[in-house]
Design a protein around this ligand. Structure first.
Ligand SMILES: *[C@@H]1O[C@H](CO)[C@@H](O)[C@H](O)[C@H]1NC(C)=O
Ligand SMILES: *[C@@H]1O[C@H](CO)[C@@H](O)[C@H](O)[C@H]1NC(C)=O
Ligand SMILES: *[C@@H]1O[C@H](CO)[C@@H](O)[C@H](O)[C@H]1NC(C)=O
Ligand SMILES: *[C@@H]1O[C@H](CO)[C@@H](O)[C@H](O)[C@H]1NC(C)=O
Ligand SMILES: *[C@@H]1O[C@H](CO)[C@@H](O)[C@H](O)[C@H]1NC(C)=O
Ligand SMILES: *[C@@H]1O[C@H](CO)[C@@H](O)[C@H](O)[C@H]1NC(C)=O
Ligand SMILES: *[C@@H]1O[C@H](CO)[C@@H](O)[C@H](O)[C@H]1NC(C)=O
Length: 329
């Protein structure tokens, strides 16, 4: 991936590059100093043993350099014995495009505010850690983010509505945290619609009406405390493929939902959904369906994939009947 740094910083980087070439080392010397400070801040973990000042830092583990500027463009730390907080010095690697702290159960504290300085960041993953505190508002300044993953942490508080201002997101993962409050209404206004993963939190309230305008490819809101109508997630002219709304408190009439033709996976189990299964569902090319543990009634329409599922896709409803459940009387 080519970087297009701003001209002034580019020149600075070029100067430091020329300087370092004179010392037959490619790595940007300023970046090298910053990395050594990061290593010290993390108490010199074994994972970073290759970060030896005697060697070219472009050859160190867990980092990569841009091939032309030789500035550090990626810092990827995972599955090591790392304890403590994310060092503020990560904000002093101005050309970072990828920043990842992953599977580090002893990584604690808040999401480091200095990350807001990383204007080139396109990939941010802070996941499977013990980071706590809020999902900070300042992350919405990182306009080049395409991949944003804060899943499997201890984050709490409300989801900042400003995240919908990120114009280039392909995916937004905030699942498996302790987030509370509603899904922001602004999440119906992404300019580029990301795959949205908000499952396993304690989100409450209604699914925003603005979702009627959002054509998510993947939307997973499962295992929250969402209530009310979910039909805004669907719509006959959307191209949505995967919908998981299971284990919420949703209450709406399934007969009135217009499903996108593109739908391949639908999980609605453990809600409070009424009505019956619409005949239109026989026209879908579903690979997965689970509507169990709701209050559905009536005959399961015959056709399409509907009889190919296990009876556990349908059981524990009020009075659903017909194959693969026992026949209607
Ligand atoms: C986390 O910290 C605990 C207590 O200090 C330690 O026993 C454990 O080995 C650490 N685990 C990792 C993966 O660093
Ligand atoms: C996260 O921290 C809590 C204490 O704050 C600790 O009980 C728990 O074991 C940690 N999680 C992991 C995966 O280490
Ligand atoms: C953001 O990404 C675009 C496309 O990859 C690139 O042209 C632009 O220079 C990037 N901006 C920053 C600040 O990195
Ligand atoms: C969906 O299609 C209907 C009629 O085909 C149209 O009136 C409506 O504006 C479309 N909605 C969206 C969100 O594109
Ligand atoms: C389901 O809806 C019924 C009727 O409105 C209500 O009495 C019941 O409390 C709801 N159950 C849940 C789990 O929300
Ligand atoms: C459907 O969901 C219920 C409840 O979680 C589960 O018991 C059942 O095995 C699931 N069936 C399928 C086919 O996923
Ligand atoms: C579901 O299928 C299994 C095995 O075919 C059967 O034992 C069970 O009674 C069925 N349950 C219902 C609710 O139809």
């Amino acid at each position: 991936m080519a970087t297009r740094p701003t001209p002034l910083l580019s020149l600075l980087c070029l100067f430091t590059l020329l300087f370092s070439l004179a010392h037959s080392e490619l790595c940007n010397p300023t970046d090298k100093k910053v990395l050594l400070r990061i290593k010290a801040a993390l108490n010199n973990p074994y994972l970073l043993a290759s970060w030896n000042p005697a060697n070219d830092c472009c050859d160190w583990y867990c980092v990569t350099c841009d091939s032309t500027t030789h500035c550090i463009n990626s810092l990827t730390i995972f599955s090591g014995k790392i304890s403590g907080q994310i060092p503020a010095e990560v904000g002093d690697l101005p050309y970072l495009e990828t920043l990842e702290f992953h599977k580090l159960s002893n990584l604690t504290g808040p999401i480091q505010p200095a990350i807001a300085k990383l204007k080139h960041l396109s990939f941010l993953r802070l996941s499977w850690t013990n980071l706590s505190g809020p999902v900070p508002d300042f992350l919405s300044k990182l306009k080049n983010l395409t991949f944003f993953d804060l899943s499997f942490n201890d984050l709490s508080g409300y989801i900042p509505p400003s995240l919908s201002l990120l114009p280039n997101l392909n995916a937004l993962h905030l699942d498996r945290n302790k987030l509370t409050g509603p899904i922001p209404e602004s999440f119906g206004k992404f300019t580029k619609v990301p795959d949205l993963y908000l499952s396993h939190n304690q989100l409450s309230g209604k699914i925003p009406a603005s979702f009627a305008n959002m054509d998510f490819n993947v939307i997973d809101l499962s295992r929250n405390k969402l209530e009310g109508d979910a039909s805004v997630v669907f719509g006959s002219n959307k191209t949505t493929q995967i919908v998981d709304l299971s284990r919420n408190l949703l209450q709406f009439d399934l007969s009135k939902v217009q499903f996108p033709k593109s739908l391949t996976s639908l999980d609605l189990n453990h809600n409070n959904i009424t009505g019956s299964i619409p005949v239109e569902m026989t026209k879908l090319n579903l690979q997965f369906l689970n509507v169990s543990y709701n209050r559905l009634c009536g005959q399961i329409p015959v056709g399409g994939k509907l009889q190919s599922f296990d009876n556990s896709s349908y059981f524990h409803n009020r009075c659903l009947c017909g194959s693969p459940l026992p026949s209607c009387k």
